[in-house]
Design a protein around this ligand. Structure first.
Ligand code: DX5
Ligand code: ZN
Length: 222
């Protein structure tokens, strides 16, 4: 079984205690914090039917943790937020290929110029071939395993085929999966080649998140 990073999705945390929740996740063994929904699954109300807060929250959290902040932007105009997120202390800036289209290469360059790693996300219905032309310049591909927008949805196993295709073609690329992941399916994702696992509900909804993170990790450790 391959090893993988575990990235709790902050969407499922208690927003009123955000810094405490983030610190707790780090103490509980999180490798990355997936700044999902409340922080940086930053939805601008067009790309998905929801709205959350962006860079100011990253800035606040950054004062409390040194951890890698994995920011997933579900926005129609990802170019617009690069500078704000960089200044706020984001580590990874992941945008949707459906939103950036032909501007993706230039956007990746801009993200790099601002000192962040660049991730490219694909929704369940988007063919994985769309990222091939930029695979050599992006740092990570985020393969969505639910329709973006909300935590707590059911894992779409058919999306894992994309992970397999990507891993075969790009052995060194970071591949993240996001949506509906937990102890019952993490092995499917990791065996297909995913090496960053986002998990919201399965971690925050468990009675003992530290134990869940360590079980998730154990199930993907070589
Ligand atoms: C989905 C988000 C995920 C979400 C995952 O739109 O991108 O990060 O928070 O939550 P779970 O693990 O509950 O599906
Ligand atoms: Zn996400």
């Amino acid at each position: 079984m391959p090893s993988a990073k575990i990235a709790p999705s902050i969407l499922s945390s208690d927003f009123s205690q955000l810094a405490v929740e983030c610190k707790r996740m780090v103490e509980d063994g999180a490798d990355w914090l997936h700044m999902g929904h409340v922080l940086a699954d930053v939805m601008d109300g067009h790309f998905v039917p929801n709205i959350t807060i962006g860079a100011p929250i990253i800035k606040s959290v950054r004062k409390h943790v040194d951890t890698f902040l994995d920011c997933h932007l579900m926005v129609t105009d990802p170019d617009k937020w690069v500078e704000d997120f960089a200044k706020a202390g984001a580590s990874m800036y992941t945008f949707h290929i459906e939103a950036a289209g032909e501007d993706s290469k230039a956007l990746i360059d801009k993200i790099h110029e601002h000192g962040m790693r660049a991730g490219v996300a694909v929704k369940p219905k988007t063919p994985i071939e769309t990222v091939f032309p930029i695979a050599d310049v992006m740092d990570m591909c985020l393969v969505m395993t639910v329709e973006p927008g909300f935590g707590g949805q059911k894992f779409m196993e058919k999306c894992i085929e994309k992970v397999k295709v990507l891993r075969e073609k790009f052995p060194n690329l970071d591949i993240e999966v996001d949506g509906g992941l937990g102890l019952d399916n993490i092995d499917i994702a990791a065996n297909a080649g995913a090496n960053v696992i986002v998990a919201g509900t399965s971690i925050f909804g468990s009675p003992n998140p530290a134990d869940t993170i360590s079980k998730l990790r154990a199930s993907v450790e070589t």
